[in-house]
Design a protein around this ligand. Sequence first.
Ligand SMILES: [Zn+2]
Length: 266
Amino acid sequence: MWFSHLLAAALLLHSIAAEGFVRATTDKDAGYPEQKMYWTSTDIRWKLSKGGYSRMKQEEILDAMTRSFKRWSEAPCHRVNFVYGGLTDERIATFNRKDLESNENSVMFIEKGWNNREYFGAIAITSQYYNAFNGEIVGSDIEFNAEDYTFASSGKLTEFDPTRTPMDLENTAVHEIGHLLGLAHSLTPAATMYGQANPNETIKRDLHIDDILGVCAIYGDDAVLNTPKSGGCSLAPDAGSSHGGGFAALLLAILLARRFLLKSRA
Ligand SMILES: [Zn+2]
């Protein structure tokens, strides 16, 4: 009870101060009204790519990812649970618009070919597939850039190739899961959802009050799911999307947004 009052007061202050967490919004340039993004499911199932990561054992990755998901599901107002669904054959972020049920929310490490894509230098990317009519997130994939960075879990960052930058897996994962849930980059430098990270950084492993306010604004008891709001961060719609009529329009209205974490310039 006390928490919901505190939360309501804090959310009010947030709206007055106009800084801190930012909810992800749909791309208004795609021809639909801008909507806040959210999941309607209370159980989000995620899978780990069979491709794994050559520098970590699957169990080690699974432990770090499980801890990372738990950070968010433990937020005091949170209604979303994460369920581990096992291994998947998926090796790169993909979404099948023709068979919605077949889609999986996958966690993947890209060790080769990252820089052939348009996300040069990003530490990790979360792809969001969403219904442009209402902002509902229908799928999400998290990819770690293991070509330019070396990821490790707790205390294992001592052995790495000096030509690549060491990054704490959990620090990165907790940030990306915030995107998966529907948060964009926070304006608060100490927040998990701040858009830059340093090598060996671990501060993002633990949620800042700003991150808790953000997730509670989406999934708390007083959450307003999809009131259009201005602002948010830039989105990258799928270049191949277009709009038709009827059922086809619904499928084609599933668009893609990608958000990423960058290395600090310091
Ligand atoms: Zn980010």
